[in-house]
Design a protein around this ligand. Structure first.
Ligand code: HEM
Length: 436
């Protein structure tokens, strides 16, 4: 299956699940494995028997970029890093950061005013990336990127494309010199420079803030009393910088796209915003009164999960769904497929935020909706991302309506994350803010 999977992984997995059912055996290049789509099997792999399943060798490319950090490491080392970072993501801690999130969204709303009057299209993908990056930097890392600010998004796009396209090469190295590898090397240097700038800046200012970066810097090993090495600190800052901005920004990009294609949902969202906010810009306390806005986010991440698929490697023989998994085999868990299974989702390809209304969600089994993964390796930033997306969507949709540039082709591109292959150029239209 290797050539087919390399060409179109989401299409191959979707087709396999629809044709062959809950457990599909694959031979991909030198590896064997299963795609599992039964919620009980997904739960077995990600949660109940999680110690038997490590992140698969397909993550090696990401490990090569990020190093051995929270996203990519395993075992006791992973647990230690997770415990160090966890307090920064407690609900009260995040609640204290929402003012900064709201301010960043309002700044973006103010900037869109000129864009809207000019009538020029903007690339929403770039806009959302810049916004979510600002939020991560201001809330978790308390820093700016200095001279690297304008270069990191471009660098990350090059690296995402490179890793995504060579994802399925199973350890073949990228040692040969080529124009592409020179670009990749330059992009890595930008990222490293940006991360070093963040750390050096904090050391210089010796800030007393209690954000994630200070927690990482203050962490001491219980036995040796030693802090993280500079290299480990760089690894974790890179992880949070990328994991924290990319996925949330893609969720928002797909939301704008889906709203532009579904005017009734768009109008319903605007009505909710107008009624609940009466013209004021939203803050954290308003979010409970914006349930439809949240349903739009959930539904967009169903159709376009930014983390579209992940995989594990079995450490020992096991059984999944009645089938034997041998040591070293892979198991694929693919939210993009789970989220469109007709057995659990009526009209799965239709954008229908109402399916996330509490009464309709209650009937759905757990483990068929996994935008943030599940089990011990579930996304540490899920609440952070949801609150941020809620505030950003409410702030911007209250004042603007976005229209896809006519004729633009939209194609979901499954790299490490699910990106719009040709970007997302949209025209920003100003709405008059109603108070109801
Ligand atoms: C819509 C936004 C987001 C989505 C869809 C998302 C998705 C995911 C998924 C699916 C995983 C698990 C991967 C696996 O099991 O192999 C994950 C892990 C992770 N995410 Fe997120 N994420 C989002 C936002 C964030 C944010 C805002 C942060 C940080 C500020 C973050 C940091 C991380 C980290 C550090 C991990 C690794 C956790 C561990 O293994 O202990 N993510 N994310």
């Amino acid at each position: 299956m290797l050539p087919a999977v390399r060409r179109n992984p989401t299409g191959v997995f979707m087709d396999a699940a629809r044709r062959y059912g809950e457990v599909v055996y694959f031979k991909i290049g030198p590896r064997r494995g299963y795609l599992v789509t039964n919620p009980a099997d997904v739960r077995h792999v990600l949660q109940d028997n999680a110690p038997n399943y490590h992140k698969s060798p397909l993550y090696d490319k990401l490990r090569g970029l990020l190093g051995n950090g929270l996203l990519t490491s395993e075992g006791d080392f992973w647990l230690r890093q997770r415990r160090i970072a966890q307090p920064a993501f407690h609900r009260q801690h995040i609640a204290a950061l929402t003012g900064v999130m709201a301010d960043a969204a309002r700044d973006a709303a103010a900037q869109w005013q000129t864009i809207a009057s000019a009538g020029r299209p903007i690339d929403v993908d770039d806009e959302m990336m810049r916004l979510t990056r600002t939020v991560v930097l201001r809330t978790l890392l308390g820093a700016d990127l200095g001279p690297f600010a304008d270069q990191v998004d471009g660098a990350w796009k090059i690296l995402n494309k490179h890793i995504g396209e060579s994802f399925w090469s199973f350890g073949l190295t990228d040692w040969w010199p080529s124009a592409r590898m020179r670009r990749v090397k330059a992009a890595r240097a930008v990222l490293r420079g940006a991360v070093e700038h963040v750390i050096a800046d904090r050391r210089r200012r010796a800030s007393d803030s209690a954000d994630l970066l200070s927690m990482l810097m203050a962490a001491r090993d219980e036995e040796t009393g030693e802090g993280m090495t500079d290299e480990q600190l760089r690894v974790e800052v890179t992880t949070f910088l990328l994991a924290g901005q990319e996925t949330t920004s893609l969720a928002l990009t797909w939301i704008w796209y889906l709203l532009s294609q579904n005017p009734p949902a768009q109008r319903r969202l605007e009505r909710e915003l107008d009624a609940a906010l009466e013209g004021r810009p939203p803050d954290f306390a308003d979010l409970v009164n914006l349930p439809y806005t949240r349903m739009v986010i959930d539904e967009a991440m169903r159709l376009y999960p930014p983390a579209w698929g992940f995989s594990r490697e079995a450490l020992a023989d096991d059984r999944v769904g009645g089938f034997r998994v041998r040591r070293g085999w892979l198991v694929f868990v693919v939210p993009y497929v789970l989220h469109r299974l007709p057995a659990f989702w009526e009209n799965p390809d239709v954008f229908d935020p109402e399916r996330f209304a509490p009464e309709r969600s209650a009937a759905r089994p757990k483990f068929v909706y996994l935008p943030f993964g599940a089990g011990p390796r579930q996304c540490i930033g899920n609440q952070f991302a949801l609150i941020e997306a809620h505030l950003v969507l409410a702030t911007l949709a209250q004042r603007y309506r976005l229209h896809l540039v006519p004729g633009h082709r939209v194609d979901a591109w499954p790299l490490i994350t699910l990106r719009p292959r040709f970007g997302m150029p949209m025209i920003v239209e100003r709405r008059s803010v109603h108070s109801v």
